[in-house]
Design a protein around this ligand. Structure first.
Ligand code: G6Q
Length: 541
C-alpha cells in the first residue's frame, strides 16, 4: 500500500530547513550565549535526571520535533500499544510487555480476554518457586538443596536476564550462584558444565518457541550430562524447568508442564525479561526485588503514557535520536554507562534497538527513503575512554552518546565514585567544547604538532543521572530504553516488534545442518557456500 513517507511531511521539511540554520553552530557558543541551557533542557522525573542541554538544539528545534511527533500521531500509537491493539501487524500480535508490570486495576484485553489475572497467576507461580528454592524445599534428585542455576536461552531469552542479573549482583541470595549459556559452540556450555555440581544445579530452559536450535541443543546436552552424572533419567524432573509459550514443545522435550512457567505471544523476545523469562533474575535477587524491578518499569510506563511530549523522557530521547540520525546524518549511537554493574547494558540495548528498528520498509511495506536505526554500540564508560573515545574526540563522525551515571556506586571504596563522576562529566564537557587553536597555544603546545592537539567538540551527548542502581531504578532505565525505541519506530513508520531477519538466519541454519552432517560434496548453493562447506567437511575428523 502506498502511503505518505515521513520525508513528505511538512514538519519533516521544516526540520530539514531548520537544521541548515544550526549546522555550523557550535555547542560551546550556545552555552556561552545562554546560561539557562541546563534549566531549559533538563528534566527530573521517575528518579532520573536527563540533561539534554549538550545537544545541538534550540527551543525551536524541540518545538519542531514535538510537532513532527504530533504529525506522526505518536500519542495515539502509545495508547494503541498500551491498550493491547495488535500493532505488531506482521505477526498479528498485541505488544503488551507493559501488562507484565502493570500495577493498576483496569483490565487489559487481548481478543476480549483480560490478561492481567494470567500475568498475576504466573507471578504467583514464580513467587512460590523462588520461595521453594530459597527455603531448600525444591531439592535436587539426590536430596540436596539447589545452589546454582543455569539459564539456557539465546537472544531475548538471554540478553535481558543476563544483563539484569549482572546489574543486580549486589542483591543476590547469598547461597546461590548463576550462569547463563547462550552460544551454540560447545565452549559456552562445556566451560559452564565444568563448574557445576549436578546434584545442586537447576537448569532453566528459556525459549519462547522452544524450537530455537542453539537453545535446544544446549538444553539436550545439559540434560544428557545430568543423566550421565546422576545415572537416572528421572533426575531431569528436579533439575530442569522451562520458560516458554509452547507447552507442547516443552512436553516433547521431556519437561513436565507443571515445571513450565508460561508467557504469551504478545510478549516479544527482547521485551520478555519481565515475564517468566525473568525467572533466573527472580531466583537470584528474590521476589521482593523482582517486584521492585517491575514496579520501576511500571512507573516509567506511567510517565511515558501520561506525560506531555515536552516533559516525556523517552519521547525526548527518541526524538533527539531522530534529529541526529536523519538531519545530521549520524550513523551510530553510543551508550556509555558509568556504572560497571551495567556492563551488559550496551549489549542488551543493541538487541533492543537494532532488532526493533533495523528495518527498511514501513508498516505498509513501502521501502523507506530515509535512514532508520543507527548502529548502536557501547561499553562501560571508563574502559571506553581508554579504548575508543579517541574516535569520539578526534574522528570524522558525529556520534551522539548517552552517558548513564550513578551518583553512588555499588561498593563504598574511598575515592572511586568521585573518580567515576569526574571522568563522566569531564568527557561530556570535552566532547561538547573541544579545544581551539587559541586554547592549545595558551597551554604552550608545540606549533609543529598543534593540529594534532585540537578537538572540534560539538559532539552531542545526553546525560542520565540516578542515585544508585537499585532494582527499581534499573526497571525504570530499561523501560525508558524500550519506550525510546518505540518512539523511534513510530517516527520512522516501522513495526518495531517483528524480527524477520532473525527468522531468516534460523531458517537457513536449519537448511545447512543436514548438509554439514551428510556424507559427500555439497553442490546446492553458490560457489562460496559450497566451497566453505566442502572445505570444512574435508578438514574435520
Ligand atoms: C527477540 C528475538 C530473538 C529471540 C531468540 C530466541 O526479540 O525474537 O532474539 O528472542 O531468537 O528465541 P526463543 O525464545 O524462541 O528461543
Amino acid at each position: 500500500m502506498e502511503t505518505t513517507l515521513i520525508t513528505q511531511l511538512s514538519t519533516w521539511k521544516q526540520l530539514q530547513a531548520h537544521q541548515q540554520t544550526l549546522n555550523t553552530v557550535h555547542l560551546r557558543d550556545m552555552f556561552a550565549e545562554d546560561s539557562e541551557r541546563f534549566a531549559k533542557f533538563s528534566i527530573q522525573a521517575c528518579d532520573l535526571l536527563l540533561d539534554y542541554s549538550k545537544n545541538r538544539i534550540t527551543s525551536e528545534t524541540m518545538n519542531q520535533l514535538f510537532q513532527f511527533a504530533n504529525e506522526v500521531k505518536l500519542q495515539d500509537w502509545i495508547k494503541r500499544m498500551f491498550q493491547g491493539e495488535k500493532i505488531n501487524h506482521t505477526e498479528q500480535r498485541a505488544v503488551l510487555h507493559t501488562a507484565l508490570r502493570y500495577q493498576g486495576n483496569e483490565a487489559i484485553e487481548v481478543d476480549g480476554h483480560n490478561v492481567v489475572p494470567d500475568v498475576q497467576a504466573v507471578i504467583n507461580k514464580i513467587q512460590q518457586f523462588v520461595t521453594q528454592v530459597h527455603e531448600a524445599k525444591w531439592i535436587g534428585h539426590t536430596g540436596k538443596a539447589i545452589d546454582t542455576i543455569v539459564n539456557i536461552g539465546i537472544g531475548g531469552s538471554d540478553l535481558g536476564p543476563v544483563m539484569v542479573a549482572r546489574a543486580l549482583k549486589a542483591y543476590y541470595h547469598p547461597c546461590l550462584q548463576c550462569h547463563f549459556v547462550s552460544n551454540v559452540d560447545a565452549t559456552h556450555l562445556g566451560e559452564t558444565l565444568k563448574l557445576l555440581n549436578p546434584e545442586t544445579t537447576l537448569f532453566i530452559v528459556a525459549s519462547k518457541t522452544f524450537t530455537t536450535q542453539e537453545t535446544m541443543l544446549n538444553a539436550n546436552s545439559a540434560r544428557q550430562w545430568l543423566i550421565n552424572k546422576l545415572k537416572d533419567e528421572s533426575a531431569v524432573a528436579k533439575h530442569f524447568v522451562a520458560l516458554s509459550t509452547a507447552r507442547e514443545e516443552v512436553i516433547k522435550f521431556g519437561i513436565n508442564p507443571d515445571n513450565m512457567f508460561e508467557f504469551w505471544d504478545w510478549v516479544g523476545g527482547r521485551y520478555s525479561l519481565w515475564s517468566a523469562i525473568g525467572l533466573s533474575i527472580a531466583v537470584m535477587i528474590g521476589m521482593d526485588n523482582f517486584s521492585k524491578l517491575l514496579n520501576g518499569a511500571y512507573e516509567m510506563d506511567q510517565h511515558f503514557l501520561n506525560t506531555p511530549l515536552e516533559n516525556n523522557i523517552p519521547v525526548i530521547m527518541g526524538l533527539l535520536g531522530v534529529w541526529y540520525n536523519n538531519f545530521f546524518g549520524a550513523k551510530t549511537h553510543v551508550i556509555l554507562p558509568y556504572d560497571y554493574a551495567l556492563e551488559y547494558f550496551p549489549a542488551y540495548s543493541q538487541q533492543l534497538i537494532m532488532e526493533s528498528l533495523g528495518k527498511r520498509v514501513t508498516r505498509e511495506g513501502q521501502v523507506v527513503d530515509y535512514a532508520t536505526c543507527p548502529i548502536t554500540w557501547g561499553a562501560p564508560g571508563n574502559n571506553g575512554q581508554h579504548a575508543f573515545y579517541q574516535l569520539l574526540h578526534q574522528g570524522t563522525h558525529i556520534v551522539p552518546a548517552d552517558f548513564i551515571v550513578a551518583i553512588e556506586g555499588q561498593y563504598d571504596l574511598p575515592g572511586h565514585q568521585d573518580a567515576t563522576l569526574s571522568n563522566a562529566f569531564a568527557q561530556t564537557l570535552a566532547l561538547m567544547k573541544g579545544r581551539t587553536e587559541e586554547e592549545a597555544r595558551a597551554k604552550n603546545m608545540a606549533e609543529d604538532i598543534l593540529p594534532h592537539r585540537l578537538f572540534p567538540g560539538n559532539q552531542p551527548t545526553n546525560t542520565l543521572v540516578y542515585q544508585k542502581l537499585t532494582p527499581n531504578i534499573l526497571g525504570k532505565l530499561i523501560a525508558l530504553y524500550e519506550h525510546k525505541t518505540f518512539v523511534q519506530g513510530v517516527c520512522w513508520g516501522l513495526n518495531p516488534f517483528d524480527q524477520w531477519g532473525v527468522e531468516l538466519g534460523k531458517e537457513m541454519a536449519g537448511q545447512l545442518l543436514p548438509e554439514i552432517q551428510a556424507a559427500g560434496a555439497v553442490t546446492a548453493h553458490d560457489a562460496s557456500t559450497n566451497g566453505l562447506l566442502n572445505y570444512v567437511k574435508a578438514h574435520r575428523a
